[in-house]
Design a protein around this ligand. Structure first.
Ligand code: DOR
Ligand code: ZN
Ligand code: ZN
Length: 431
């Protein structure tokens, strides 16, 4: 197992869905199930703070079952679902409805992010219902209030502070992007290049700057989602309190992907040029980007494959590729296993306040991945559990994958197959 920075050999005893004992010597009592993990590395189950599980009226894209099976197969034992569903998670009843629909159907643990709204009573109610964080879309994706207006945004941030809630942000200047998009459409343009031209890196930087500036006097925890620009990361670090996440596709792919995959590789913020990717990677490796998240955003292939880029649904699945593609970088010594585990387990648990998760220690939940660091696999989207059978990493040869994924003490996935029950529980904000 990975302990601090070292690999050590140990027996991990699981009882009643939590870790009971970690010892050099085998436990004295005979366990019901025993896994010989001598060629594997036990790491904390991965936590993905940014996942779109869809379901409900978007069940043609993904369901609670398929999304959490994808999570478990990919080594994620806990995922946080995003509120831009149909219907969106904008009040307490919607959140309660989502929680009750997910119960009994989930193969990984699931927590919910709700939408940031202006009404403090509603925010408190959603928080009490268990919302882990509140998502703010500055790109106009989910307009619960006019976030382009500083006064409205201040009001919502005040409400979040009063609820002692954390705000997660899609930081892109939606007004500026929309203006370029409308002009482009009116002129009959719609290539991938036109799309990239509208989603400029500068529009991410200005949105990051704006939200950090506005949140300053609110003593508020702000987390920037899927950061894709080095300047954005610098602003987050300068702020001192804020945190950020990056995706594997922003860290490992560049805009040459569009030559191969066209509109299928579109997501927002988009995959950037190589110079951005390289700098973002080095910042991630140093720990300046706190968290690795997938932004698993499934769509149907039909919705992705369009001649006009403005018609293509933005979003890429990532639950089944993130661990293999990132572990391949560990195998190449581009980052340490410790950094990968920090970015996918330790820090997500700490930053999002997920108690008893993110570490292998006595008393913690038995959410464990037995990593096979030598496994050779090829990314094959047609084999995904996710309904989104496409990937920017399609065809890539990787080293390393989850040999076993254990959720609340149950073996849910083995060797890329789902073998266990829907053992996931709902994760709620508890403080
Ligand atoms: O690419 C994206 N897809 N970015 C988002 O912010 C939303 C997401 C989705 O829900 O499809
Ligand atoms: Zn987003
Ligand atoms: Zn997203």
């Amino acid at each position: 197992m990975l302990r601090d920075d070292e690999l050590t050999t140990a027996n991990i005893l699981i009882e009643d869905s939590s870790i009971q004992k970690i010892s050099k010597l085998p436990p004295s009592n005979r366990p019901d199930t025993k896994i010989d993990a001598s060629r594997l590395i036990a790491i904390p189950g991965l936590i993905d703070v940014h996942v779109h599980l869809r379901d409900m009226e978007l069940a043609h894209k993904e369901t609670f079952e398929t999304g959490t099976q994808a999570a478990a197969a990919g080594g994620f034992t806990t995922v946080l679902d995003m509120p831009n569903t149909k219907p969106p998670t904008i009040n307490r009843d919607r959140l309660a409805e989502k929680i009750s629909k997910a119960k009994g159907r989930i193969y990984s643990n699931v927590g919910f992010q709700a939408a940031l709204v202006e009404d403090p009573a509603e925010l408190r109610a959603m928080s009490k219902e268990g919302a882990i964080a509140f998502k703010l879309y500055l790109n106009k994706a989910l307009e619960t209030f006019d976030a382009a207006d500083d006064n409205s945004l201040r009001k919502a941030l005040d409400a979040a502070r009063d609820a002692r809630a954390m705000v997660t942000v899609h930081a892109e200047d939606g007004v500026a992007i929309h203006a370029i998009q409308e002009k482009s459409r009116a002129e009959g343009r719609g290539s991938v290049r036109d799309f990239l031209e509208a989603h400029k890196p500068e529009f991410e930087v200005s949105a990051v700057r704006r939200i950090l500036e506005l949140s300053k006097n609110h003593a508020l925890r702000v987390h920037i989602c899927h950061i894709s620009t080095p300047e954005g990361v610098r602003l987050v670090r300068k702020n001192g309190i804020a945190t950020c996440e990056a995706t594997a596709h922003h860290l490992l792919a560049n805009d040459r992907i569009f030559l191969k995959q066209g509109t299928r590789a579109i997501c927002v913020p988009p995959i950037r040029r190589e110079a951005y990717r390289r700098k973002l990677w080095s910042m991630f490796a140093k720990g300046w980007v706190d968290i690795l998240a997938s932004d698993h955003a499934p769509h149907t292939l039909e919705e992705k494959t369009k001649t006009n880029a403005w018609e293509a649904a933005p979003g890429l699945p990532g639950l089944e590729t993130t661990l293999p593609v990132m572990h391949t970088q560990v195998a190449r010594n581009a980052i340490s296993l410790r950094r990968l585990v920090d970015a996918t387990a330790t820090l997500p648990a700490k930053i999002f306040g997920l108690h008893r998760k993110g570490r292998l220690a006595v008393g913690f939940d038995a959410d464990i991945v037995l990593l096979d660091p030598k496994a050779k696999i090829k990314i094959e989207p047609s084999n995904f559990f996710s309904m989104a059978k496409y990937s920017p990493f399609a065809g890539m040869r990787c080293v390393g994958r989850a040999a076993y994924t254990i959720v609340n003490g149950s073996i849910v996935a083995e060797g890329g197959r789902i073998i266990g029950p829907a053992a996931g529980s709902i994760v709620r904000r508890t403080d």
